[in-house]
Design a protein around this ligand. Sequence first.
Ligand SMILES: Cc1cc2nc3c(=O)[nH]c(=O)nc-3n(C[C@H](O)[C@H](O)[C@H](O)COP(=O)(O)O)c2cc1C
Length: 361
Amino acid sequence: MFGRPMLGLIDSERAHGLGLSSLAKLERSSIGRNFLRTLYQAPELPINVFGLSFNHPLGIAAGFDKKAQALSAWPSLGFSWMEYGGITRFPQEGNPKPRMFRANKENALINRMGFNNPGALAVRDNLIDRKSVGLWPDNPVAANIGRSKKVSNEDAPGDYSSTLDILWDYSDLFVLNVSSPNTPGLRELQEADHLRSVLNSCNGIRDKKGNHKPILLKFSPDMSDDDLISSAEVAINSKVDGFVATNTTISRYVPKNSQSRSAFAQSGGLSGRPLRKRSLEVVNLLYDYTDSKVPIIGVGGIDSVESAWDMIISGASLIQLYSALVFNGPSVVSKIIKGLKIKVRENNFSNISEAVGSKHT
Ligand SMILES: Cc1cc2nc3c(=O)[nH]c(=O)nc-3n(C[C@H](O)[C@H](O)[C@H](O)COP(=O)(O)O)c2cc1C
């Protein structure tokens, strides 16, 4: 599958594509899913967030299953929920390849994919087919929505809300991605006026639908603390249901190892272990600012029991990972959940919800 040996030999995006198509094949049959489950099943550590039940807090982060082509495979790999996308209203190729790089010694990835995806309508068609053949997972599903590259920030509200409208029946929660560094100008949507317009437009669609589904906002780790707080305030006033912290970073240090140095020299967003510290800071900041009233999803550099626990006690009700799946393989999921169960017990909590934000008390 997409284990480490393969990664060392071939181009990152090709390795990723091969891993994903094997998963997409395996998820088609119950034998395939059971096979994965035997290898990777995680224990239960239930938590209820946004009115949805999660078997445990850990999901697959956005960007891995961009087209939702392996939705039913993720629970078999141990994840309790999955976020597909980023999806844009219009189909797009993304940036020229190569656009995904590994810094092995740093356990980090650099990507400048640029929302390569078949567009909201094509994704919805695939999701309709998937539902019709019973390949819809029992677990919560989130959709990650980005702005189409050809659409200006002024027209972004309509672009996001059209995608939301199109995907409404095919996701339990929605993440508005205003923080990818790989679409020029996108991060400016985190500023007050734009943010208000995007959220209002999406709320308008939600009001029309009549059934409340959570709409979340995904933040960049590169905003100053003050800007983060301002954006959070605007978002809360515009009825946001939660935050995802964080997306990838454009900030860099200089690694000692030369392979990592050349990967770090690539433009794009950095993810994995070096992102952990700032993502954790942002989760702490948002938890404090919101007085624990708005659920936070923590993502960035989670690759171990300790890093997952830190996110949870800092204020994350749910957590996600991407890079650790590349560097550690799928067994990292059950390893983390087994460890979190032990942490809950050792700290005399009766469930994982009690641990959320417990560092702040
Ligand atoms: C190749 C790649 C593509 C990504 N695509 C998206 C995306 O489309 N939308 C999004 O919100 N985040 C995207 N992300 C960011 C991840 O969802 C996550 O926020 C980030 O990688 C930090 O988590 P990690 O350190 O566990 O990898 C992408 C990350 C990578 C590595």
